[in-house]
Unconditional design. Structure first.
Length: 194
């Protein structure tokens, strides 16, 4: 079907929603897509909604089922993570547009090799999002650091995919120095896997 033959009445845009507050006193609280609809480019919308429910129940118990106190604090505690997921999902859409590019494929393969060589301190973004308990608000900063490292390695070593694992390990260590081992934000290893 040609784009010119598509009926505009059946086309829609994909939107994101990020606002607040999510509550009206102690009577109404929005969760899930009603509070923070995200684009579907990680397929995590429902999971983020389930996380809302888990956090809501934890807060209700902690606050002895004081709905007003719980509802007021829920948005403040939850919004940084949902805003991060919104940003990550949209950026993933942008990277999907780049996926036919050979440079994207090189970066993707290199990222996975590094993750195998450094499994406790390097994790692909999707794994951080879908299979860890790392707060979503921390993922964009880690993703940006890993992207910076990947781009630098590829720029400095165009044939990096043909380098043996031992040599690649040394190249990565030389590139990142101590940055790879910062425990404050890179301890999302097997003990944090969902």
């Amino acid at each position: 079907m040609q784009p010119s033959s598509l009926n505009p009445a059946f086309l829609s845009t994909i939107t994101q929603l990020s606002g607040g507050p999510w509550n009206f006193g102690d009577r109404v609280l929005l969760v899930g897509d009603a509070a923070h609809a995200i684009t579907p480019f990680y397929g995590m919308g429902m999971n983020v909604g389930f996380e809302d429910c888990t956090m809501l129940m934890d807060l209700l118990r902690k606050n002895r089922f004081d709905f007003e106190k719980t509802f007021r604090s829920f948005t403040d505690l939850r919004k940084p993570d949902t805003d991060a997921m919104t940003e990550l999902s949209f950026k993933n859409f942008q990277s999907l547009e780049e996926s036919p590019d050979p440079a994207y494929h090189t970066k993707w393969l290199l990222e996975r090799r590094i993750a195998k060589l450094f499994p406790t301190c390097w994790t692909p973004t999707y794994v951080m999002i879908a299979f860890s308990h790392l707060p979503l608000r921390e993922v964009p900063e880690i993703k940006e650091r890993e992207e910076r490292i990947l781009h630098s390695l590829i720029r400095k070593h165009p044939d990096i995919l043909s380098v043996a694992d031992g040599a690649l390990t040394e190249l990565v260590k030389a590139e990142v120095g101590e940055e790879l081992y910062l425990p404050s934000d890179l301890e999302y290893n097997a003990s944090n896997v969902r």
